[in-house]
Write a protein that binds this ligand. Sequence first.
Ligand code: FAD
Length: 311
Amino acid sequence: MSVLRRPLLALARSGRVKEALTTLPVASSVVRGYVPGESTDDAIRATARLLDDGLAVTIDHLGEDTLDAEQAEATTRVYLHLLDQLAAHGLARRAEVSLKLSAVGRALPGTGTDLALENAHRVCEAARAVGTTVTLDMEDHTGVDATLTILRELRREHPDTGAVLQAYLRRTEADARDLAYEGSRVRLCKGAYDEPSGVAFQTREEVDRAFVRCLRILMAGQGYPMVATHDPRLIRVAGSLASRHGRHRGTYEFQMLYGIRPEEQRRLAGDGETVRVYVPYGTDWYGYLTRRLAERPQNLSLFVTSLISKK
Ligand code: FAD
């Protein structure tokens, strides 16, 4: 973990900083590097290009933490439209969607879990109708139990619903064991939120070691591991664990974020690996972008330059 990560994530929560940064048009150079655009058409165009390059895709409509049932309904409809468009453009076979439960109502007091389950269920039904799948993104640690409960419910009817586990959480090895069963699609990532030491490992070394332990469990298990990292060392470890466990290509996949290490994405795909690119789109890019900047403080200078020049 970068030493700057925690202060950057804290700074990003300040209302004034948010106001200053969100006045930047989405077209500013830094945002554009991570988010292909605001509209569903932009996402579809980016997806078509990536698929042409031999990559697979998972699309995320940006937005999180809604406390408003109408907003949750609007987000659900955006996903239904997106799935419809994927099918209309013949892209649904190699493009799925990633869904944040807090964007479809999980955080609503009282009724949140039920509402998020109902909305996520509608998205899963629509995905199945066009021949693709849904993966439930994982958010901060306070939502992990609710997310895994909703996942279990969804998997009764939609066993191909993907889960996400974050290696930085101390609980995750146990969750990985629970989820390493046949047919279980599990994305393993390091984790992107600012979590307290009581629940999460804090140093890069600890997180990397935890990632490898979880990867061992998932690769040895019966499920379908989705290795979501840009870290060259962990990508190598994943490859060797896959061979050690006699897994052939297509029984696991790599995943990376749109705009990050694109040459590596193409290199792995050229080697015959399945590589899925996470494509976020929409107007609500602030939370996503600040997490990416906190991971890579070098990008801040680019960001400040674009802020000053108001490109
Ligand atoms: P790092 O150690 O952060 O990076 C390794 C190398 O990758 C760096 O040295 C650098 O070369 C490159 N790199 C990394 N980040 C950047 C950047 N921002 N800009 C440029 N280069 C960079 N987190 C969640 O908490 N929940 C989720 O549901 C979730 N879903 C994800 C889905 C996918 C497909 C991916 C790839 C990540 C997801 N994440 C999610 C984010 C993840 O938890 C990490 O925060 C993020 O991937 C950075 O960690 P890393 O494994 O790439 O390792």
